[in-house]
Design a protein around this ligand. Structure first.
Ligand SMILES: CC(C)(COP(=O)(O)OP(=O)(O)OC[C@H]1O[C@@H](n2cnc3c(N)ncnc32)[C@H](O)[C@@H]1OP(=O)(O)O)[C@@H](O)C(=O)NCCC(=O)NCCS
Length: 176
């Protein structure tokens, strides 16, 4: 049933029932603190439908994550291709987002670690990057805990200059 499994978590394609839970997450100011804006229900639905179609075609993606013991959907982790242009693109990015009540339990690092393994060992990807706003310490800590190396700071081209979210940090892990 799962595309990727960890000790506590299962990563799978998205179900219709995930959408309303994910939409609540995308409206939560704590979860969206380091994003330019929260998302409406319709924006969330469109986002999920696009990702779900890509995963169904057999491509890698931002997989829905559930707790195996309870089948509760808690967020996403996975691989994607950033759409903006920078001196490090094209590239493959690892990303994550979890509901606030599921923070502080090690779920993000557990899921992300297995996504890296999947990318390196099953998909034979040479290197995977991650980036986030330079003030998103929780996300930066996940990058460090899964063994990614700091590369540099950069200004995100899609975020308004002068916004405190514009300055980003880039991390990388190479397939060894
Ligand atoms: C980024 C995000 C996933 C990090 O969540 P997190 O809970 O800090 O990270 P983890 O799930 O890896 O959990 C690590 C914490 O759980 C604790 N923990 C508890 N049980 C644990 C276990 N069994 N194993 C590992 N860690 C455990 C760790 O000590 C650590 O605690 P700390 O924050 O006090 O250091 C979360 O903040 C989030 O979803 N943010 C919004 C989305 C976002 O910003 N995404 C990135 C944008 S690019």
């Amino acid at each position: 049933m799962y595309l990727i499994e960890t000790q506590r978590l299962g990563l799978r394609n998205w179900l219709e029932s995930d959408i309303h839970v994910f939409a609540e997450m995308n409206k939560d100011p704590k979860v969206m603190e380091f994003f330019p804006k929260i998302l409406t229900f319709e924006e969330t639905r469109k986002w999920v439908e696009k990702i779900r179609d890509n995963i169904a075609k057999g491509e890698f993606g931002l997989w829905a994550v559930e707790i195996k013991q309870t089948c509760e959907f808690i967020g996403f982790a996975g691989l994607s291709v950033p759409k903006f242009q920078a001196d490090f693109t094209p590239c493959i990015e690892i990303g994550w987002r979890f509901g606030y009540k599921h923070w502080g339990k090690g779920y993000a690092q557990e899921a992300a670690c297995e996504c890296l393994n999947f990318g390196f060992n099953k998909l034979n990807i040479k290197e995977i990057v991650s980036f986030t706003s330079a003030i998103n310490m929780r996300s930066i800590n996940v990058m460090k805990r899964i063994g990614m190396q700091y590369v540099k700071e950069f200004e995100h081209p899609n975020i308004e200059r002068g916004s405190n979210l514009c300055k980003h940090v880039l991390y990388i892990k190479k397939n060894s």
